[in-house]
Design a protein around this ligand. Structure first.
Ligand SMILES: *Cc1c(COP(=O)(O)O)cnc(C)c1O
Length: 390
């Protein structure tokens, strides 16, 4: 048996079969390059689904995490630690939001946002004003509540009963928002639908929706689990939409590869949670937050401009490739529509043979490269992608 076959057979026997995996085991990596157990080299256009913001094994991030690990790895939320507050302060200063609750993943962050929205409304209006509107084709997570929030019918299966109080309205349809606003406490949106196929929501609609929400004391929750932390060329995507959300959630890229998520609260929501209202054992882990501080520090203006430039460069090159119908997304969140019956899943499979790791998102091929990817790595990955599309 090869090392890979050994790893695969143990995994297949003992790991829950809830994931379909590609027949590759990754052994090590540096920035946007990684290797399997046969020593084959891949360019990583996935960053572990938008997680490894600074690529594989960034030395500054490792130093930040391991120095904190060597001092104190965990103490619980019953005590103060330094990195937790540092990261919260940085996030607030950079976004204008006021307070941060730390969690462990995107679904959990969205659960926190949903609970906060309902409590905000309960505190002001009492019971019954608890409905949350989300968009058709959205994705908000895999817990029973965030599946309810997710606006895709395929996810509303098997696990009945789902959490009540969610309605899905079409993106871009302002009238639908207005006519569904009775008894609503919040509107929750992704600004670019990630899992839904890298589909940006129209800026005019978002602005109008934000105004309507403000006028009616409906909270605007922006799910930036995929778009946040530099991915689209600004620290958060909402900055490019000219809106001021009441709650923003982040996860994937904020921990750089370790589990970390954040719920950011604005002026209206900063004091909704009081001691005892919401909690999570691992939230704000000092070692992971120390890594988060390093990441947010690195995402300065120049770095974010580079993210935009690299994204534009990739889109321009991809448009010239065979069987490509179009591209979508912002910064280094890139969707590729294929033509001539080219299926995204087949392109991803060919990509593995050609030496590039790719993602799909519904009907599209999706690229979420590490934000630190170099032009050399981009060129090598694009050449492999072009062969995969050929
Ligand atoms: C990935 C994702 C989630 C779920 O995050 P998990 O960490 O898997 O729970 C939620 N919302 C969006 C927009 C996502 O992309």
């Amino acid at each position: 048996m090869s090392v890979f076959e050994d790893i695969q057979s143990v995994d297949q026997q003992y790991v829950c079969h809830s994931y379909g995996r590609f027949p590759v085991a990754i052994k090590d990596g540096k920035n946007a390059v990684c290797h399997d157990f046969d020593g084959k080299r891949y360019i990583d256009f996935t960053s572990g689904i938008g997680v490894n913001s600074l690529g594989f094994c960034d030395s500054g991030w490792i130093k930040a995490v391991t120095e904190q690990l060597g001092r104190l790895q965990h103490i619980s939320n019953l005590y103060y630690t330094e990195p937790c507050g540092q990261l919260a302060k940085m996030l607030c200063e950079r976004t204008g939001l006021k307070k941060v609750f730390f969690a462990n993943g995107g679904a959990e962050a969205n659960e926190g946002a949903i609970k906060a929205a309902r409590k905000y409304s309960f505190d002001r209006y009492g019971k019954g004003r608890d409905k949350i509107l989300t968009l058709v084709n959205s994705f908000h997570g895999r817990t029973v509540t965030t599946l309810s929030a997710t606006g895709q019918e395929v996810f509303h299966n098997y696990f009945f009963p789902f959490t009540e109080g969610f309605e899905h309205i079409p993106a871009g349809d302002f009238e639908a928002l207005r006519s569904h606003s009775e008894g609503v406490c919040a509107l929750m949106v992704e600004l670019i639908q990630g899992e839904g196929g890298v589909i940006p929501v129209e800026p005019e609609y978002v602005k109008k929706a934000a105004e309507f929400c403000r006028e009616n004391d409906i909270l605007l929750i922006v799910d930036e689990v995929q778009t946040g932390v530099g991915r689209t060329g600004s620290l958060f995507c909402f900055e490019q939409y000219g809106i001021e959300p009441d709650i923003v959630t982040a996860a994937k890229g904020i921990g750089g590869g370790l589990p970390l998520a954040a719920v950011l609260f604005g002026e209206r929501t900063e004091n909704v949670f009081n001691p005892g209202d919401h909690a999570t054992t691992f939230g704000g882990n000092p070692a992971i937050c120390a890594g988060g501080v390093e990441i947010v520090n690195r995402l300065d203006k120049d770095f974010l401009n580079e993210v935009k430039k690299k994204g534009d460069y990739i889109r321009e090159r991809v448009m010239k490739m065979p069987h490509v119908a179009g591209t979508s997304g912002m910064g280094l969140m890139i969707g590729i529509a294929t033509q001539d019956g080219y299926k995204p899943a087949d392109v991803v499979k060919s990509g593995i043979s050609e030496g590039v790791l790719l993602l799909t998102a519904k009907t599209k091929v999706r690229l979420l490269p590490p934000l630190t990817i170099t032009y050399e790595e981009i060129d090598e990955g694009l050449a492999a992608l072009e062969r995969a599309l050929g």
